[in-house]
Design a protein around this ligand. Structure first.
Ligand SMILES: N[C@@H](CCC(=O)N[C@@H](CSS)C(=O)NCC(=O)O)C(=O)O
Length: 290
């Protein structure tokens, strides 16, 4: 069987130094979540872990970028200790693709991956557009998403950029193929860890019911794909205590999620079919780019 993990490693800029591969955390259902040991508010506030937004790593260049129409966050990560400064974008938007590529150029980075957490319903991904403007970039999405891309990842895969890597975790629920990308475990990786949760876990909100994200260390930074209230970052520990949807019993949770009364996303009829094919709607462009 074709090994996506090896493939991702093979196309990475630098072979990783020997590293023990961490096992993918087990998936936790909402039922199990209710039984998770969670810190009380006071335990969490007085806990020994750091909850500051300290610098992530001397190697990591990190930027959080915003697209104002869909309230989408795009994340730029690069290993600036590597001579090529390999970089990746998580959840780029078509409307801001030029801005993102200009920033990559200004910072002297080499963009190698344009990655999606899932097939978005509220905006067209910038992945295809980025590939037409920089053909060296590979698009990445989960195999379970059933969308087109150059590379398909599965839970447990590691996506290397230089000596840094992202671990792929299955976080389905908002869509079938949603994944969360988590910075690697190890002393040479960003500390605290950073989780790019897509729409699975939002700050004080969520788009799903299957919460293995809460098996990550409590000081793990949570970087969602959207925020509608002006938040930029949270932590796993903070969400375990203060997320109003995830601090209730199962019945209340179901009730909350069943009564969100979210409006039909404005872009959904354009975004979903486009995002199945890298965000491109032109047949020739799809053939060339995906
Ligand atoms: N009004 C917006 C879409 C807002 C929305 O539905 N957001 C999604 C994530 S993007 S599909 C969501 O899951 N929200 C959860 C929440 O609690 O807000 C539009 O028309 O695009």
């Amino acid at each position: 069987m074709f090994n996506q993990l090896r493939f991702i490693r093979a196309v990475s800029f630098l072979s990783p130094s020997s590293r023990s591969k961490s096992a993918a955390a087990p998936s936790i259902s909402i039922e199990k979540l209710q039984n998770c040991i969670r810190p009380t508010r006071s335990q969490w506030l007085t806990g020994s872990s750091s909850y500051t937004t300290s610098s992530h790593s001397s190697k990591l260049l990190f930027r959080q970028l915003f697209e104002k129409e869909s309230y989408t966050y795009t994340y730029l990560l690069a290993d600036v200790s590597h001579p090529d400064k390999p970089a990746l974008l998580i959840d780029p938007v078509d409307k801001t693709a030029d801005r993102d590529l200009a920033l990559v150029k200004e910072l002297g980075l080499k963009l190698i991956y344009a990655i999606n957490t899932h097939v978005h319903a509220d905006h067209v991904t910038g992945t295809g557009l980025i590939k037409t403007k920089d053909p060296g970039v590979k698009s990445v999405i989960s195999k379970a998403s059933n969308a087109k891309a150059d590379l398909f990842v599965e839970p447990g895969d590691e996506i290397y950029f230089g000596d840094l890597f992202l671990e792929v975790r299955a976080t389905p629920g908002h869509t079938v193929g949603c994944v969360t990308y988590v910075t690697g475990e190890g002393s040479d990786q960003p500390q605290p860890r950073m989780a790019f949760t897509g729409d699975a876990l939002l700050i004080r909100g969520c788009g799903r019911t299957d919460f293995q994200i809460f098996t990550l260390p409590e000081d793990t930074f949570v970087y969602p794909a959207h925020d509608y209230k002006g938040f930029t970052v949270s932590t796993v520990g903070e969400e375990m205590v203060y997320n109003p949807r995830l601090t209730t019993d199962q019945e209340t949770f179901k009730d909350i999620m069943g009564n969100l009364k979210l409006a039909y996303p404005k872009m959904i009829d354009i975004a979903l079919p486009a995002n199945k094919v890298c965000g491109l709607q032109d047949v020739d462009a799809i053939a060339k780019a995906c």
